[in-house]
Design a protein around this ligand. Structure first.
Ligand SMILES: [Zn+2]
Length: 409
């Protein structure tokens, strides 16, 4: 039984040594592409005998295969080895209020197909759950290369209960126990993860610029969330509600938030807050008369377009939001000291302006020695980070426990 991502051992020290070494080799090939046995042994500090044994087992399982000779070297240790990315696939499912998407990915994060479900109606959530199960069952029966299912859900996600604590505007989702509905529904393991933590896994696995073991994925979209990996381990907290940066107060006397706190970061820089401000301020009414009826995402995109085109008021609003995003970064650095913070989702589309202002805020407010060892990046994942993250939640388990999954032929 696999109850969310806690169903399998997560840390290196909890695994048998042989499986740990197999997963280190698989992860190394995932990050570095084609390598020889000698290259891998050197990088991971393995003896020639150990690398020979580990790679033989992985070839037997079909997880990796040999390519041609590298650099014309004529011995077996110079043969190229590659991870069979295309042979193993995972399903990613994104739950986001009224939107549910189901995609098939290879384990390098490449999206192979995508199904958009019709908009979910709050009173029909249980029918939607049945529909999701039947789509996944069909996909699995059509493709024996799919080895796991990953699901990404909005936070705060109480991982032991398998339930979401609060979902603004779609309260019906809080009645669903994800682990009861999905964990044992399919012939392959299912992993359920909080959306920002899925994003952290996606960045760690699929973005070659992200190389540190200490990273924070800072999701600034309809909600504001955070996934932190400290020495490669996700921080969850007692019930899975840790790292909720969106509900950190940046003004104790500020705006009232639905969580009960005041001045929560989410009240100032989420797409919902920005959209409200656009409607109230009327600054885009001339260019976008339908701004009030747009989706939050499209309203923000319109703001960024107007700002780039020279609308001064739009630029001022983008600058103001970017400062709030920066205050979030100040708290993330002081709380978790990540080496890399990756800003993703809707606000990342503001681009270089956002990044410049975030750095300005950090230079004003962070100890220079700490700031100098921190890098801020904008996410460049090509597909939606939440559904890619759902796939990453499954792919991460494959990379860490390759022999458990190696049954597709
Ligand atoms: Zn709050």
């Amino acid at each position: 039984m696999h109850s969310g991502t806690t169903g399998l051992p997560r840390g290196g020290d909890q695994q048998p040594l042989s499986e740990l070494n197999r997963s280190r080799v698989v992860e190394f090939l995932h990050r570095n592409g084609v390598c020889s046995r000698a290259d891998i042994a050197h990088a991971l500090g393995l003896t020639p005998a150990a690398i020979t044994k580990i790679t033989a087992k992985l070839i037997e399982l079909g997880v990796i295969s040999e390519t041609g000779n590298l650099e014309g070297r004529l011995n077996r240790r110079a043969l190229g080895l590659t991870l069979n990315h295309s042979k193993y696939r995972v399903i990613g499912v994104k739950f986001a209020r009224s939107l549910v998407q189901i995609g098939v990915f290879d384990i390098s994060g490449r999206q192979l197909s995508l199904i958009d479900l019709p908009p979910v109606i709050d009173s029909q959530i249980s029918a939607t759950v049945d529909h999701i199960r039947s789509i996944i069952t069909d996909l699995l029966s059509q493709d024996s290369h799919i080895v796991a299912v990953g699901m990404s859900v909005p936070g705060p996600y109480l991982r032991h209960e398998g339930k979401i604590a609060v979902v603004t505007s779609m309260p019906g989702w809080t009645d669903i126990c994800y682990t009861d509905e999905f964990s044992n529904a399919f012939p392959v393991p299912t992993f359920i993860e909080h959306d920002a933590r899925s994003g952290a896994l996606a960045e760690s696995l699929f973005d070659p610029r992200v190389s540190s073991e200490n990273i924070a994925y800072y999701l600034v979209g309809e909600g504001v969330g955070l996934g932190v990996m400290d020495h490669e381990q996700l921080i969850n907290g007692e019930r899975g509600a840790a790292t909720e940066i969106g509900h950190i107060s940046i003004d104790v006397n500020g705006r009232a938030c639905k969580c009960g706190n005041f001045g929560c970061l989410e009240c100032y820089c989420s797409a919902v807050a920005v959209h409200e401000e656009l409607v109230k301020s009327h600054i885009l009414d001339a260019e976008f008369p339908d701004i009030a009826s747009m989706t939050h995402r499209d309203a923000c995109k319109s703001l960024f377009a107007a700002s780039s085109a020279g609308n001064k008021q739009a630029f001022e609003l983008v600058s103001k939001i970017s400062r709030y995003v920066g205050y979030g970064c100040v708290n993330i650095i002081n709380a978790y000291n990540p080496q890399q913070i990756i800003i993703g989702d809707i606000m990342a589309q503001a681009g270089g302006v956002l990044l410049d202002i975030v750095y300005e805020v950090l230079q004003e407010r962070i100890v220079p020695e700490i700031l100098n060892s921190t890098e801020i990046l904008l996410s460049t994942l090509t597909s939606d980070p939440t559904i890619t993250g759902a796939a990453a939640a499954a792919a991460n388990q494959f990379l860490r426990h390759p022999s458990l999954f190696a049954r597709a032929t």
